[in-house]
Every structure is written in structure tokens, then in C-alpha cells.
Design a protein around this ligand. Structure first.
Ligand code: ZN
Length: 698
């Protein structure tokens, strides 16, 4: 994959098999080209009701052979120099195929076929003989010379898999068979999940080998794990070595969008970047508002989803029904693609410059507790089982909100990144209720702070081990300056009194809501303990009870660095209630421990920024989500004359906008380049070029 070319991939879901017989491939490829795409995911097997074994290419392994569409696609894409990447479904088998290959299907603990939430069909199992069939089909497709293959899935149902192949495979590895009852045991659950993750990685490795045996240059990638739990067995880290790019559905918007963060595509791109080991990342953006799959989102939502993706270094996949391709909303898609492809060299192959990192730990999502968004083949989760545990997703989202709405530059890193150590490129690492942490992660955080790094953590961070079992003592107590922890407490309607400090600047209410959950901490000697919880209020209208010895916040110098612990689940509280004081406390904590790189009007909280670099150039991305309220966002309010200062450290040679096509005048002082962007519609990119470094050698 060429790092200087932004991939703009179209996926137009085709009609059913009968209409496909008369389908005009040339007209579709022509339409895609006119819309500005340079690649396509093409479907040459019928998947309208799941993989049905109907091939629209020459196949000895298909149940039915139909017209050779693949040959036609090859011809039309070859003519235009665009990429044909074949979509291949590896998670959903149609009802027609089920009776022919019952052994291909995932089964529950009772041996029954597990139904898939789409309404009909079942889950194919990558450990079953389905695997051999998929390898043959992929070999046949690869032999056409296609540019690549996209695997939709693979995925395990949380209820599976107890098929013969999985049971035999697991028993061969571990010496026992697992039962649904045993899944409550964290160690068995861990082993089974690891088995699923490794099964998926092996499958991707094997189909890749099959593809490369006939088509060594073809690329392969799967529908990867977005932010969220991975109990479906997907783990981007394990499958990454066998993929040429990482893709996830960061721009799939469904249901009540008011409950969905507008920055979801940005978070997905950042999450993929930490896992891709330098390979390209792709954010999949659906044109529709799910579950109404033929109803398109308004233009502003499409702009914003695409903008957040490229602003974070990702390529874009955009999918709609073929029947939607002449919709007037496609004018927006054409406009987006025209802008992005004209400036492909600035937007592709860039690197992040952030010095703050926010952690999303897959381990924590899998083994602690988290709510989850409803996705296509993952069931949503809104209820939490354990009252005394917080919500990993809300904790992460709370920080993402605060950081992005206060114009901070930050990366998302994962638990593997922490395990590996070498964290010193960051000034500050935020651990949002990262409760489950392994020994390696704890060690690397300790080394990082000792060496001068700063951390902010919340609630019961590190109080659970890598398998989700509670720890007796806090493994980072010396780092956070804790003498002792005395359990956790749930507070329904309690308050914390404000004490003046740099951290509480900008807050004027004397009492603020206490987080629902907090760890009762006794600070160690020399630890700065700030504000205190009160004894629990017996009712919501009672007099205020006396203060306890348990601080709201601890700040400790450890080695050369600083560790700050909010003992309550402030982040999840902020995500739930949006009390401005909670957000201010979080923002002040970040500002106290890391330098800013961007200055702009604090009031513009719906103008999101990112800066990336490439060679002698920095690219400032501005994503404008300002609107009158509610979602989907019909149209954004255009911002004018936006004053921005970027910390560049050296004086730029020129500053220009890509969408507005303006050269901007600027000033430079004390490391900051200041300029005014005349107009920001949904998206603007500002390119800051520096004089050649070579000049200084002469
Ligand atoms: Zn199985």
C-alpha cells in the first residue's frame, strides 16, 4: 500500500442474486469513479441472507456458479487503475447453506446452532471445515489477480463455540473441555477467550497464505475490533501480523446518536493506530443511519465521520446500498473525496505528534466491566452486573470528551503498548479506570513515572489483575503515595467540598457531586491529599455528614515524575452527567502535568483539533461539530475568523488552508505560530510548511 495515496474505498451493497444476473458492472464502477473513490470492496458471492455458497466467479467450491462478475470488475478497475478488493464473508452462513454443512456452524453449550442477530442464518466457525472451504474460495478469487481481499469477520458468538472442532482443539491444548457454567471462573474464561483469539489469528494467517500462494502482491485485512470489549474473540494485536492494514467500523452510526460520541471515528482511528505497527489504518464509515440501512445520514454527519478519520491518519471505507448511489447526498461524498484526493500527499502517511496518551485496555474491557455499544454482530450492553465496579467505556469516554473538547492533542494507546514499556515519548499517560493490569503493565508504569513521566488514574485502577481477579494490595501504592486502601464505597447523592488549589481553578460551587464510587484511601506520608469524602449521607435531604480521612485526590512525586489519582470514578461520572466542575477538574489535572500545543478560544468546545506531521510539514486538522443541538447533525454552524496558535517550536515558511484554499498570514513568537482561519465549515485542514532543514547546514 502506497503511503502517499489516501485510499478511498467504496462499498456499494449489490442487489440479490437474480438482479445481479442483469447487473451493469461497468456503470457501477463508473459511478464510483465519478464519486471520487479509488478503490472498491466488491461482492462476488451472494450474502444478502448470509454466505450462501453462490459464486459470481469461476469456482469449483461454490454450491452454485453464476455469471462471472469478478472478471468484469477486474476489467473495469484495471482500465481505471483503481483497486478491486473482494469482500468475503467469514462470519455469517445463510439458512440455505446450514443444512448442507451443519458442521460449519458455531454451537452453544447444549450443542444447538447459535442463531445470528441479523434474523436468519448462523455463525460460521473458523475452526470447523468451513476454514478449508474459505481457503479454497479465497485461492480461487486471488487467482483472478485482484488487489486484495477483505474478510468480513471472523467472529465468535459469546455463546460459543462448542462445535466438535473447537471442543477437540481446546481439549488438545488444555486437557479439559469447557462448559458454559465454567465461564464464570475467570481463569477458564480467560483460556477460552485466548483460544478464540488465537483461532481467529490462525484462520487469518492461513487464508492469507492461501491468497499469497496465487497472488503474492494482494493485500488482506479483516473487519477488526473497534473500541469496546473483544469477547467475540477479535484481537487486532494477535491478527495484525497476518494483515496488511487494520480496519474497524468507527463510522457506523446507529440508533439514538445523542448517546453516541460524535468523535467515535476519531477514537477508532487512534485505537487502530496504536495497534497497526505502522501499517495503514482504515475507518469504515457507513452512509446510512442504522438500523435503517437504506436511509442515509445527513451531509454534516458524513463530513464529520470522514474528517475525524483522516484527521487521525486513517484511510476511509464508505459503504451504502448500490440503490443509493444516485442519491443527492452523494454530492457531499463527491465533495469530500475531491478534497481528500486532491491533497492525498498531505493526508496520507502522516505521524502523530501528541505527548499525552489515553489508555484503552482490551484486557480491562474483557475482564473488568464495561457497557458496550450495539454493533452489527456484537450485542450491545447497557446494564452493569457489579454495582461496586465502574464502567470502563464511560471512564474512557469521559476523558476523551475532556481532552478533545479542551483542544488537547493525544493518542490512544492499549494495554500491549503499556506492557512493552518505552513510554517516554509521552509527558502524560491517563489510565481511565484501567482496573485490570498485569505485572508488566504495572512495572512499566512504575519505571515511566520514576523516569520523569506523569500519570493520572481514576478509581480502582490496577486493583485487579490481568485475569480480572481482585488484588489484595495496590500494586502501585508507592507510585500513587497510598499507605493503605480500605475497600470501595457506593455513594448515591453525596457531596465533596471544594478546597482552593490550582486544580480547582475555575470552579465556584462550594460543594460538588461526589462520584458514585470511590476507593477509601489512606494517604502515605509526603503525599498531597486534596479534598475529602464525607460520611455517607443517609438521605438526600439530610444535613451534611462530617468529613472522613479519605481524600478525593492524591498527588505524589515518585522518582522524577508525578502520579495523580482521583480516588473516585470521576471520569465515568462526567460521561454520565456532564457536571462542568468534574470536567474542569479533569482538564486542570491534564494542564498541570503536560504542555499545551494548541491555543484557541476555550468556548469553541465543538471545534475538534488534531496535528500530525509528515517530513517538513505539520497538518492541523479542524473538525467542526458546532450545531444547534441534537443528532444526527443536519448542518453545522460555520465558524469564521478562528484565531489559533500552534506550538511549532520554529517559524513556519507558509501556512495555507486546504478546503478554503487560502494562504494565511501568521506571526511567530516564543515557539508559537499564530494565525486566523477565515472560515471553518465541517472540516478544514491547515498545512504548516517549514523551511528546508538543509538550509541550516550551509
Ligand atoms: Zn467452533
Amino acid at each position: 500500500m502506497n503511503p502517499d495515496r489516501l485510499l478511498l474505498i467504496a462499498d456499494l451493497i449489490p442487489p440479490g442474486p437474480e438482479a445481479l444476473e442483469r447487473f451493469d458492472v461497468g456503470a457501477q464502477v463508473e459511478a464510483i469513479t465519478r464519486l471520487g473513490f479509488n478503490a472498491q470492496h466488491i461482492e462476488v458471492t451472494d450474502v444478502t441472507v448470509g454466505e450462501a455458497g453462490i459464486a459470481f466467479f469461476k469456482s469449483e467450491h461454490a454450491r452454485l456458479n453464476r455469471r462471472d462478475l469478478l472478471k468484469e470488475y477486474r476489467k473495469h478497475h484495471g482500465r481505471r487503475g483503481s483497486w478491486d478488493i473482494v469482500y468475503f464473508n467469514v462470519h455469517w452462513l445463510s439458512g440455505e447453506l446450514m443444512p448442507l454443512h451443519p458442521e460449519w456452524l458455531q454451537r452453544d453449550g447444549g450443542g444447538e446452532i447459535i442463531p445470528i442477530p441479523y434474523g436468519s442464518g448462523g455463525y460460521s466457525c473458523v475452526n470447523s471445515p468451513f476454514r478449508d472451504w474459505a481457503k479454497e474460495m479465497i485461492r480461487e478469487i486471488g487467482a483472478y489477480g485482484v488487489k486484495g481481499i477483505f474478510l468480513d469477520g471472523p467472529v465468535f458468538s459469546p455463546k460459543g463455540c462448542y462445535c466438535d472442532a473447537c471442543r477437540a482443539g481446546f481439549e488438545g491444548q488444555h486437557g479439559f473441555q469447557y462448559t458454559p457454567e465454567q465461564m464464570k471462573d475467570p481463569l477458564v474464561f480467560h483460556k477460552v477467550l485466548t483460544f478464540k483469539q488465537e483461532s481467529i489469528a490462525r484462520f487469518v494467517r492461513d487464508v492469507r497464505a492461501s491468497l499469497k500462494s496465487v497472488n503474492p502482491d494482494a493485500v488482506l485485512y479483516m473487519n477488526g475490533l473497534p473500541l469496546g470489549p473483544g469477547t467475540c474473540g477479535r484481537d487486532n494485536r494477535l491478527a495484525e501480523p497476518w494483515q496488511d492494514a487494520l480496519l474497524a467500523e468507527g463510522g457506523f452510526l446507529a440508533g439514538d446518536l445523542r448517546s453516541l460520541p460524535v468523535w467515535k471515528p476519531a477514537a477508532t482511528a487512534k485505537w487502530l493506530e496504536t495497534q497497526s505497527e505502522g501499517k495503514p489504518t482504515i475507518v469504515a464509515v457507513a452512509g446510512r443511519h442504522g438500523p435503517w440501512n437504506r436511509y442515509l445520514l445527513p451531509a454534516a454527519e458524513t463530513w464529520i465521520a470522514c474528517a475525524f478519520s483522516v484527521a487521525n491518519g486513517a484511510h476511509i471505507w464508505y459503504g451504502i446500498y448500490d440503490a443509493n448511489r444516485d442519491d443527492p447526498r452523494m454530492d457531499t461524498v463527491r465533495e469530500i473525496n475531491r478534497l481528500l484526493s486532491a491533497h492525498s500527499d498531505c493526508l496520507a502517511g502522516t505521524a502523530p505528534v501528541a505527548r499525552v496518551a489515553l489508555v484503552w485496555s482490551l484486557k480491562n474491557a474483557n475482564f473488568y466491566q464495561t457497557t458496550a455499544e450495539q454493533l452489527d454482530f456484537v450485542e450491545g450492553k447497557t446494564d452493569l452486573e457489579h454495582r461496586m465496579k465502574s464502567d470502563a467505556r464511560r471512564a474512557f469516554n469521559g476523558w476523551f470528551e475532556v481532552l478533545s473538547r479542551s483542544h488537547r492533542l493525544f493518542d490512544v494507546i492499549d494495554d500491549r503498548f503499556l506492557e512493552r514499556g518505552g513510554l517516554s515519548r509521552y509527558e502524560l499517560i491517563i489510565l481511565p479506570n484501567v482496573a485490570c493490569m498485569g505485572e508488566e503493565e504495572c512495572r512499566s508504569i512504575r519505571d515511566y513515572v520514576a523516569g520523569g513521566g506523569h500519570v493520572i488514574a481514576t478509581y480502582d485502577t490496577a486493583l485487579w489483575d490481568a485475569w480480572g481477579r481482585p488484588r489484595e494490595t495496590h500494586p502501585l501504592k508507592d507510585v500513587f503515595g497510598i499507605a493503605e486502601t480500605k475497600g470501595v464505597e457506593h455513594l448515591r447523592c453525596d457531596h465533596v467540598a471544594l478546597e482552593p488549589a490550582p486544580l480547582t481553578e475555575g470552579i465556584d460551587q462550594p460543594l460538588i457531586p461526589a462520584p458514585h464510587l470511590h476507593v477509601k484511601v489512606i494517604p502515605g506520608p509526603g503525599t498531597w491529599a486534596h479534598m475529602r469524602f464525607r460520611e455517607k449521607q443517609p438521605s438526600s435531604y439530610c444535613d451534611l455528614p462530617p468529613e472522613t480521612d479519605h481524600p478525593f485526590l492524591l498527588r505524589n512525586r515518585f522518582g522524577k515524575g508525578t502520579a495523580l489519582l482521583f480516588t473516585g470514578n470521576l471520569d465515568a461520572m462526567y460521561d454520565t452527567y456532564r457536571f462542568p466542575e468534574h470536567g474542569r477538574l479533569m482538564q486542570n489535572a491534564v494542564d498541570g502535568l503536560s504542555r499545551r500545543d494548541i491555543r484557541l478560544d476555550e468556548g469553541l468546545t465543538s471545534l475538534f483539533v488534531n496535528v500530525r506531521e509528515k517530513g517538513n510539514r505539520r497538518i492541523l486538522h479542524l473538525v467542526n461539530c458546532t450545531h444547534d443541538g441534537g443528532r444526527p447533525i443536519d448542518r453545522v454552524k460555520v465558524l469564521r475568523e478562528v484565531e489559533i496558535a500552534v506550538h511549532t517550536g520554529r517559524s513556519p515558511q507558509s501556512i495555507r488552508t486546504l478546503r478554503g484554499e487560502r494562504d494565511l498570514s501568521f506571526s511567530f513568537a516564543k515557539g508559537w505560530a499564530s494565525f486566523k482561519v477565515p472560515e471553518v465549515r465541517e472540516y478544514e485542514a491547515v498545512v504548516i510548511d517549514f523551511p528546508d532543514r538543509e538550509d541550516s547546514h550551509h
